[in-house]
Write a protein that binds this ligand. Structure first.
Ligand SMILES: [Zn+2]
Length: 419
């Protein structure tokens, strides 16, 4: 499966309508408490764990400067490990590029350094607090900041961003197992060829660091420590797979191969979901008609997919392949010259509406009429593949266990301990 397909499929948007408020409150509290008295932060766990249990999160990509602050001080170690410097200040320190070298405070370092905060192993980067260590890697005219964090500590910064922390413990635990598996899958599948595994956004999983940690999330993560989902792979062995999940499936989850192509996995073939309707916001379960000018929509699509330039001007968009329950897996596009082209459902949806504000899913109908492109009778929010997060909460509310939730949304999978 192409890398880009994976990136576009990892989306989960539930925090948009439920998590944002909570995050805002937490950020407010942390800013406020910063002026008063700092909360005592528990030391990051797993700092001595094996490297295969660490996740590398790309916090910033090609930036020219950033500010780091550590209440406990930090060490900076060059890649060659010949020089190490200790910073004892708890004041903000600027990181920038200087004549091709990395400048931290008043000191110059090689083009690749590790910044390792001391116990409790947390550091603020541009005002947000993260656990673990940090790698700064200089490029041509900017540098990347990558957070190296033990996976269990990483998950504490993911679950509270991906799911409301007041949801049922069984749903939070299901999310923790799905997110752990997803991160490790990404690390093994894509991380080997680059110096990071995941981003901080819906392109992979949302990660907000210490700001979204909470007691209920910590309990869910520690109760499932080391647990991942496995299934039968194409080579006959059992192993982890890309445990996609999304906010609200709208009544039936999608099938990853129809939607994106790539390797087939039994757990990603789609199941009925009678559970999200009662949990999701009504306007997310049934979303209102979304309308676009066909002319501008067509231009946007052709700019993103040059292979469609042969259509000259797109005059009609209709559904092409539709699942038996109504999810549009591909669209047919017709040009003024009569030529036709095709696009995957999610590719077209996210090209027109990258934030999923109007076209919330491909579980809808489409028509082109009087120069307008209309998406109507829409259901659900997100790509709909894998676990339905609102459905997981719906199942948990009726007393279903984490195991039951995961085996419903990922049929043919089982929970195993990482070795
Ligand atoms: Zn659902």
């Amino acid at each position: 499966m192409k890398h880009r397909s994976f990136k576009s499929t990892g989306r989960s948007a539930i925090h948009f309508f439920l998590g944002v408020g909570i995050t805002a409150v937490l950020v407010f509290i942390s800013i406020f408490s910063g002026c008063q008295k700092r909360e005592i932060i528990e030391p990051t766990k797993g700092m001595d764990s094996a490297s295969e249990l660490w996740i590398r999160v790309l916090l910033f990509d090609n930036i020219r400067e950033c500010i780091v602050t550590s209440q406990s001080g930090f060490n900076v170690i060059d890649r060659s490990r010949v020089s190490a410097s200790t910073f004892t200040t708890s004041k903000p320190v600027k990181v920038s590029l200087n004549s091709g070298m990395i400048r931290i405070g008043e000191k110059l370092f090689e083009r690749q350094v590790s910044i390792n905060p001391k116990k409790p192993y947390v550091m603020e980067v541009n005002g947000k607090l993260y656990r673990g260590n940090f790698k700064v890697i200089a490029g041509k005219d900017g540098f990347d900041v990558i957070n190296h964090v033990p996976i269990e500590a990483y998950l504490n910064g993911v679950i509270g961003a991906e799911m409301p922390s007041y949801w049922e413990p069984a749903a939070l635990k299901a999310q923790a197992i799905a997110s752990r598996t997803y991160a490790l899958y990404y690390k093994r599948r894509f991380g080997v060829k680059r110096n990071w595994d995941v981003t901080t956004t819906q392109a992979t999983q949302v990660y907000k660091g210490v700001a979204v940690e909470s007691a209920t999330v910590r309990i869910a993560v520690s109760a499932t420590e080391g647990k991942v989902l496995v299934t039968k792979l194409s080579d006959g062995n059992r192993g982890i797979f890309p445990t996609y999940y999304s906010s609200t499936c709208g009544g039936h989850t999608g099938d990853s191969v129809s939607a994106y192509g790539g390797d087939p996995y039994e757990p990603l073939s789609g199941v009925k979901c009678p559970y999200c309707k009662k949990v999701a916001k009504a306007s997310f379960f049934y979303w209102p008609m979304a309308e676009f000018e066909i002319a501008s929509a067509g231009r946007k699509i052709m700019a993103r997919y040059p292979k469609l330039e042969k259509l000259e001007r797109i005059v009609k968009i209709e559904s092409h392949k539709v699942s038996d329950y109504g999810r549009i897996n591909s669209f047919k596009l017709t040009g003024k010259n009569g030529d036709t082209g095709f696009l995957r459902g999610e590719d077209l949806r996210l090209t027109l509406d990258s934030g999923s504000r109007k076209i919330k899913s491909t579980f809808c109908s489409v028509m082109t009429i009087n120069g307008k492109l209309r998406f109507y009778a829409g259901k659900g929010y997100g790509h709909g593949i894998g676990m339905c997060q609102c459905g997981a909460q719906g199942m948990a509310r009726t007393g279903k266990s984490t195991t039951k939730i995961l085996s419903h949304y990922y049929p043919g999978s089982s929970i195993e301990n990482l070795r």
